[in-house]
Design a protein around this ligand. Structure first.
Ligand SMILES: [Zn+2]
Ligand SMILES: [Zn+2]
Length: 137
């Protein structure tokens, strides 16, 4: 796993520092769309030298190189996603989890232009109550 992470970084012209490898590895292994806070609280105990600023800067580098996407589904925090394929997100208003929604082509297609405007990014967000929370209601 560690080698794949390193390879991906090198392939995308990102120098694979120890911290970068760890942050990217965390994103690849945790498809929960973590925030900087979450990544920090999860990794800091294992890697005490890792600061929030470093995580933030690493994520910025990953985004600049297109291997991580920001999700701004919540007003007050940015979540990060290492899955850069076209998919939507569903945020549960009860538990706060952000789920991946695939096959959104059925609902909306990824298009290049709309009414003459050129699109560089398409984000699809849904909000509601997730299926596990619905069971408890
Ligand atoms: Zn829920
Ligand atoms: Zn996602």
């Amino acid at each position: 796993m560690m080698n794949n992470i390193k390879e991906t970084l090198v392939k995308n012209k990102i120098s694979p520092s120890f911290h970068r490898i760890k942050v990217y590895e965390y994103l690849m292994n945790n498809k929960t769309h973590p925030s900087v806070e979450t990544i920090y609280s999860e990794l800091h105990s294992v890697i005490p030298t890792l600061s929030k600023t470093t995580i933030y800067n690493n994520l910025k580098t990953f985004m600049e190189h297109g291997i991580v996407m920001p999700i701004t589904i919540t007003e007050n925090e940015v979540r990060y996603d290492a899955d850069i394929t076209f998919h939507g997100h569903f945020k549960c208003t009860e538990c706060g989890e952000v789920h991946d929604i695939f096959n959104i082509e059925k609902l909306c297609s990824k298009i290049d232009t709309i009414e003459g405007h050129r699109i560089s990014d398409t984000q699809v967000f849904f909000k509601g109550i997730c299926k596990s929370c619905l069971k408890g209601i």
